[in-house]
Design a protein around this ligand. Structure first.
Ligand SMILES: [Zn+2]
Length: 277
């Protein structure tokens, strides 16, 4: 499922693909991908991409003439560039470019969303306006991290995934960050000591940088849940296999309806008390 790094890579791809090109025609099938949006407005999209921004898992695309598109990739959404004659299964919407290549929005399960709206209003859209700080775009500091989730009564992993607190982390990268920081996902934010906050802060940035670097080489971004995809992650999806750090079998449990992976030895439930922090 795409989270901050995968959406950031999609943003960079769109920038690359549309650089120096013009959209000559926009197409969209009548699917729920365009729910909440205006299909007629989407079909009128034309011209150059002026800027491609990202807030959390949302892409904010601005085109010439003040036209904009808000895109969320949902669970299985992906942008792909193909030749004019190529068939793309599950293509739900398309931007036809002036070199005859086509940027498809493909989404088998259709949890994604495309909303055509005036570009100047994209940031004010409800879905975007309520988002918290973006670790990459806003450069989240340790103080901002504490400010964002320190008062949450949720478990640490659930708080990290709350998009109104910090935006961009989902099930994969929240688990990765907690493993890197050696923090149990069920810990309460209030129980963290200053050095643990510092470790978590560093780990969030490390997990995101790692994913960006690991996935950037591919022309098509592979999601770890896809058949045949490799799992590049340290802890996510590794239940039952030895921990990369200590060889203890990785465990999984359910938190807020999602599977959490963690190492019971590296990420103890009870924090080790240190005499000075
Ligand atoms: Zn371990």
């Amino acid at each position: 499922m795409p989270e901050l790094p995968e959406v950031e890579l999609a943003r960079r791809q769109l920038e690359r693909w549309l650089d120096g090109r013009k959209v000559v025609r926009a197409e969209a099938d009548k699917t729920r991908i365009l729910r909440g949006g205006d299909r007629e407005r989407f079909l009128k999209l034309k011209g150059r991409l002026v800027r491609a921004d990202r807030r959390g898992k949302y892409l904010l695309l601005s085109f010439e003439g003040g036209q904009g598109v808000l895109a969320h990739l949902g669970m299985t959404g992906k942008f792909l560039r193909r030749g004019a004659a190529d068939l793309v299964p599950w293509s739900r919407a398309r931007l036809v470019l002036d070199d005859a290549s086509v940027v498809h929005y493909r989404d088998p399960r259709m949890f994604g969303q495309l909303v055509a709206a005036p570009s100047e209003g994209l940031r004010a859209l409800k879905a975007v306006a309520k988002l918290g700080l973006d670790p990459l775009a806003d450069g989240l500091t340790v103080e901002q991290l504490i400010e964002a989730i320190g008062d949450s009564r949720q478990a640490l992993k659930v708080a990290l995934m709350d998009q109104t607190r910090i935006t961009g982390l989902g099930n994969i990268h929240a688990a990765e960050a907690l493993f890197r920081a050696r923090l149990h996902p069920g810990r309460k934010p209030k129980s963290l000591e200053p050095k643990e906050w510092r470790a978590l802060h560093k780990a969030i940035h490390a997990a995101l940088s790692f994913a960006l670097a690991a996935e950037d080489s591919e022309d098509e971004i592979a999601y770890v849940e896809e058949p045949g995809a490799k799992n590049p992650f340290l802890i996510y999806g590794r239940a039952g296999t030895p921990c990369r750090r200590c060889r203890t079998p990785v465990k999984a449990f359910t938190q807020a309806g999602r599977t959490t992976h963690f190492c019971p030895r590296c990420q103890p439930k009870r924090p080790k008390r240190s005499p000075q922090t």
